[in-house]
Design a protein around this ligand. Structure first.
Ligand code: ACM
Length: 749
């Protein structure tokens, strides 16, 4: 619970055992150890004489959390009634959540106007003590968050995490000054919150018969045959909400509607449009069976909301609203009549009718709704806050309509995406969201008019748990990127190199506590230079300017200093590794297959969609094939709704036997193979000498390899057009939206 600040001089003493701190202390004074980095720090060239921290007893921070914070390392502590040396001063005129932390020679002063500010100052102090040790460098920190909403989401429906694990997540969040926990409690694969009025939700909807093995895109689907499930009792929910509040974190429950409702329908089939038996989903994806907008459905959902509202004191209830296929509404006589009776245009307006009705009910309970950006379709509910996940456009549209927005675009905020291109990564849903991409993310889209910036409340990382079975999987996906996200949402002046050196200390700290932290900052990032008619060259981006050791296919090794590049002059496997002191990154293996187009130039008719631009158009003729397992990254180019087309100029007339094109297939992620592939061969770039068309492109695996038997001589220009699939069909994930087309590589022999 939030505690009021009463200055009682009953003291709590925390004594630090300075000999047992883990990381080496910072030796020079101008480097902060705090994540997220504070707005302003002014150092003094003196050390504080304080050897242990003595706080007033009634701190505005839960005692257990204080304990956790200051005993995180190997510190011991004791309570005593000695004179305080950490003084908290309430300053009414300071902005909410801001703080001033003054580490002086004899005492430490903390100034803030609210509990959040005091907590953030104490977290900063805990990190300073943890990572720098005594004696403390004297300094004054002035700090405040860039965004008021700094969220982390956890999906407990696809895989369930215990109360103890959720508390760990909240501890992590508090350590990085996040203030909203978005708890995704219901979905097709499980209902995880006890609702006393509807016991079948616990008995039935909380369980599924079995679970998909491997990736959704792997066909045929295989299942484990093991019943899976669980739910939180209302007492447990209260315990979590209280625990979060003690850390100044508001919990936002998400109750999905009208889609992602299969588990609820399995328990209460009368809420679906069709009279049939429904089963809690055993695989991932989007399902056609959704809540039918009957009066009984609204009464049911209102009953759920009544109990939810009583459990969550925060201002927001998240009602989902995403990925609701309209097929069952289209087929339902009841829905069609409802559309007519209410003068609605179509099923999208029916979805809007659904959400508006629920919003009215929830507003009547004194709460506000949040919905995923689909709630814009068919008309936005009057007071809704929009969570923009399908890119940033939903957020831009909502802010332009003067609605509050929380930014969570998949490209930067989805922590269920891969975080490295290294093939040894554990199975993930797809995509690539690297730590540096997260770090450099700005929740305010460039194209949003300045007067509407104020509607962007902040951002949030989302952790969907289809492929995350254990809490250690959560740590692996979140703990590294979460630090970058905290800085993206809090800090105003960012510095990636500074972040990396702080990250190392923080990562070591979490590892010392047994957490599994992804150490991808040591992964080397190749930068290709190709498509210029001069072959392929590589340079590297390395963490903190580490050197690179390169082993060529003939096993010869060489050291490459910072900034240097190498020419790729033979096919085969090259291995690269970043080395800095005693730290080394994982080996990066690149298989080069030099072919006739690796010496060519290339022009694309249309650029790929941000952020799936690989390393520019030449990525598809650089001699390296994109991963067979995942799209995104340096190689694959992704086009949303557009064809992949362009011209390769071989520089001189050449005979060509065969071309090989590779396309990614991931229909679960809206990625479709092209409808057709057309290739023209020309000696002058104007008139096609030969044209070949391939239709009916299919693949049983994630990558289709399309061979074009050319058999042409005297060809300099190859024009290609891979035709985008078009609009995603009914019943499929993303139906009604333009399909993605991913291409890499075009091999010419
Ligand atoms: C979402 O990822 N379906 C919000």
């Amino acid at each position: 619970m939030l505690k009021y600040l009463i200055f009682s001089w009953v003291l709590l003493t925390i004594t630090m055992d300075v000999r047992s701190q883990i990381p080496t202390p910072i030796t020079h004074s101008k480097e902060t150890s705090i994540i997220p980095s504070p707005v302003k720090i002014v150092y003094e060239d003196v050390r504080s004489e304080i050897k242990s921290l003595i706080f007033p007893n009634n701190l505005p921070i839960d005692k257990k959390f204080l304990n956790t914070l200051f005993t995180y390392g190997k510190y011991s502590f004791a309570q005593s009634k000695k004179k305080v040396n950490v003084i908290l001063l309430s300053q009414k005129d300071m902005a909410p959540s801001s703080y001033k932390l003054i580490i002086g020679k004899k005492r430490i002063e903390i100034l803030a106007s609210d509990n959040n500010g005091f907590q953030y100052a104490l977290v900063s102090l805990a990190q300073i003590v943890q990572f720098e040790g005594f004696p403390l460098q004297c300094r004054t920190i002035e700090d405040n968050p860039a965004f008021v909403y700094r969220g982390m989401h956890l999906d407990v429906a696809r895989h369930f995490f215990t109360v103890a694990e959720v508390k760990k997540y909240l501890d992590y969040m508090a350590y990085y000054k996040f203030n909203h926990f978005h708890w995704h409690l219901t979905d097709d694969q499980g209902w995880r919150i006890e609702i006393k009025k509807y016991p079948k939700l616990q008995e039935h909807a909380a369980y599924r018969n079995e679970t998909l093995i491997g990736h959704y895109n792997d066909q045929p689907h295989k299942f484990d045959g093991v019943k899976y499930g669980g739910y939180y009792t209302q007492d447990e929910i209260k315990e979590v909400v209280l625990y979060a509040a003690d850390r100044n974190i508001t919990v936002i429950p998400e109750i999905e509607m009208p889609g992602h409702a299969l588990a609820a329908l399995a328990a209460y089939p009368e809420l679906g449009c069709e009279v049939k038996k429904y089963e809690t989903a055993t695989k991932w994806g989007v399902f056609e069976d959704v809540f039918c907008p009957y009066d009984t459905t609204f009464r049911f959902l209102e009953g759920v909301i009544d109990e939810v509202v009583s459990l969550f004191p925060g201002k927001y209830i998240h009602i989902g609203g995403d990925e609701c296929p309209k097929d069952s509404w289209r087929k339902s006589e009841f829905c069609q009549q409802l559309i007519k009776d209410n003068n609605l245009k179509d099923e999208h307006e029916l979805q809007s009718y659904f959400i508006k009705k629920m919003e009215k009910y929830i507003n009547g309970k004194g709460k506000q709704i949040i919905g995923w950006d689909e709630i814009l379709e068919g008309g936005l509910s009057p007071n809704a806050t929009v969570m923009s996940w399908r890119g940033v456009q939903g957020g831009i549209d909502a802010a332009t309509l003067h609605h509050d927005v929380i930014m969570t675009p998949g490209s930067h905020c989805y922590f269920d995406y891969y975080q490295s291109e290294n093939p040894t990564e554990p199975l993930a849903i797809g995509g690539l969201t690297t730590i540096d991409k997260v770090y450099h993310w700005n929740p305010i889209p460039e194209s949003l008019a300045a007067e509407n910036h104020k509607y962007i409340l902040g951002g949030q990382s989302n952790l969907w748990s289809e492929y995350i079975h254990t809490y250690s999987g959560v740590e692996y996906m979140v703990y590294a990127r979460g630090m970058a996200m905290s800085e993206a949402l809090w800090s105003t002046s960012k510095n990636y190199d500074g972040f990396l050196s702080r990250f190392e200390r923080h990562a070591d700290f979490w590892k010392s506590k047994g957490a599994k932290v992804a150490m991808h900052i040591y992964d080397i990032k190749p930068r290709f230079k190709a498509g210029t008619g001069k072959g392929v060259e590589l340079s590297f981006v390395t963490p903190q300017d580490a050197n690179v050791v390169c082993t060529r296919p003939d096993q010869k090794s060489e050291n490459l200093s910072v900034g240097s590049s190498i020419k790729i002059d033979q096919s085969g496997t090259y291995t690269f590794k970043a080395i800095k002191g005693n730290r080394e990154g994982r080996a990066l293996k690149l298989d080069f297959d030099l072919h006739k187009a690796t010496q060519a130039t290339i022009i694309l008719d249309k650029s790929p969609s941000k952020p799936y631009e690989g390393q520019g158009p030449a990525s598809i003729i650089n001699g390296v094939q994109g991963s067979n397992a995942k799209y995104g990254g340096s190689e694959w180019l992704g086009f949303s709704g557009n064809d992949a087309s362009g011209t390769i100029d071989l520089g001189k007339n050449t005979s060509i036997n065969e071309l090989k094109f590779r396309f990614f297939k991931g229909e679960g992620q809206w990625i479709y193979l092209p409808k057709s592939l057309e290739v023209e061969f020309s000696s002058n770039g104007e008139k096609a000498d030969t044209t070949l068309v391939i239709n009916d492109i299919k693949s049983d695996t994630k990558v289709a390899e399309v061979i074009v038997n050319a058999g042409v001589n005297e060809t300099r220009f190859i024009k290609f057009r891979a035709k985008n699939y078009g609009i995603i069909p009914e019943g499929a994930q993303g139906s009604g939206h333009p399909a993605w087309l991913f291409i890499d590589e075009i091999t010419v022999r």
